[in-house]
Design a protein around this ligand. Structure first.
Ligand SMILES: C[S@@+](CC[C@H](N)C(=O)[O-])C[C@H]1O[C@@H](n2cnc3c(N)ncnc32)[C@H](O)[C@@H]1O
Length: 253
C-alpha cells in the first residue's frame, strides 16, 4: 500500500556494521518509524485503502514470516488453546493466520488506535470474532497484559528501537514488559531486520534463553553473506529475579 512506502524502505536493509546494543549505544539513527505519529498516520491510510479496496495492507517480512512462526508452533506441538499475544499487531493478519491454523486464544495489541481499527475490520471480514484486539502501549502495559504462554513480535521491537527519544531505556522497558506479559517458561518469537542474532541474544539475555533460530532467507552483498531478517525463539527462564525488580532498581543496573 502506498501509505507504507516509508516503512517499506527499511525492510531488507540490515543494520550493517554499526555498533550493536548492549554497549549503551544507539545503533540506529532515530527515525520516524519509531514514533506513534508515524504509525497512526500509516494505519490511517491503510484503513482508507482497506475501506476502498479491501486490502489489509503491509505484511511485515512477508507471508513466509507468518508461515515460519506457525510451523514452529506446530512442530513444538503448542496446544491450540495456548494464550498468544501479538505485540504490535498492526493489521492483525498474523492473528488471522493463527486462527486459520486452529489457535483459539489470540490477543493482539497495538498502541496505534488506527492499527487496531484496521485489525478489527480485517477480523470482521475474515469472520474471526474470537480474536481479542486492544489499543495498548506495550511499554506501559495494563495489569491484564500478563500470563501469556506465547508472545510474538514481528517488527515491533525494531520500531521501538528507532524511537528518537531514549531508545535504550525503551528497549529495557520492552524487556520488563515482556517479563510481565509472558509466563515463566513461555515462548517469545521475535522477527527483526534491525538486529542480528547475537545482538538479540544480548538484549534478552536476562530472563530469557534462546531455544532456536528459525531459518530466514540469506542475502549476499559485497562478498559478505548474512541474513536480512533474524527470527529467534526464546523461552522465559523460570524464577528469574530480573522480572521482579522494581523500576528504580532496574534503571540503576
Ligand atoms: C513494523 S510494524 C509491524 C506490524 C505487524 N506486527 C506485522 O508484522 O505486520 C510495527 C508495529 O508496532 C506497533 N508499535 C510500535 N511501538 C509500539 C508500542 N510501544 N506498543 C504497541 N505497539 C507498538 C506499531 O504501531 C506497528 O503496528
Amino acid at each position: 500500500a502506498p501509505g507504507m512506502a516509508v516503512a517499506g524502505e527499511r525492510r531488507g536493509h540490515p543494520a550493517g556494521p554499526e555498533p550493536g546494543p548492549g554497549r549503551g549505544e544507539e545503533p540506529f539513527s532515530p527515525s520516524v518509524l519509531g514514533t506513534r505519529e508515524h504509525w497512526d498516520a500509516a494505519y490511517e491510510r491503510e484503513l482508507q485503502t482497506f475501506q476502498d479496496i479491501g486490502d489489509a495492507g503491509e505484511i511485515w517480512f512477508g507471508e513466509e514470516s507468518m508461515v515460519r512462526i506457525i510451523r514452529w508452533l506446530e512442530k513444538q506441538k503448542v496446544p491450540l488453546d495456548s494464550s498468544v499475544l501479538d505485540i504490535g499487531t498492526g493489521n492483525g493478519v498474523l492473528l488471522i493466520e493463527l486462527a486459520k491454523s486452529g489457535y483459539v486464544n489470540l490477543t493482539g495489541i497495538d498502541y496505534s488506535p488506527s492499527a487496531i481499527q484496521l485489525s478489527e475490520k480485517v477480523r470482521e471480514k475474515e469472520g474471526m470474532s474470537n480474536i481479542k484486539l486492544k489499543v495498548e502501549d506495550f511499554l506501559a502495559p495494563s495489569a491484564e497484559l500478563s500470563g501469556f504462554e506465547i508472545c510474538i513480535d514481528k517488527g515491533t521491537f525494531d520500531a521501538i528501537s528507532l524511537n528518537p527519544d531514549n531508545a535504550v531505556g525503551k528497549r529495557k522497558q520492552y524487556v520488563r514488559s515482556l517479563c510481565s506479559a509472558l509466563k515463566p517458561e513461555g515462548f517469545f518469537l521475535i522477527t527483526s531486520c534491525n538486529w542480528t542474532k547475537e545482538e538479540l541474544l544480548n538484549e534478552f539475555r536476562e530472563g530469557f534463553e534462546i531455544l532456536e533460530e528459525l531459518p530466514t532467507p540469506k542475502f549476499c552483498f559485497g562478498g559478505r553473506i548474512g541474513n536480512s531478517v533474524t527470527a529467534l525463539v526464546f523461552q522465559r527462564k523460570k524464577g528469574t529475579s530480573f522480572c521482579n525488580l522494581s523500576a528504580g532498581s532496574f534503571f540503576l543496573r
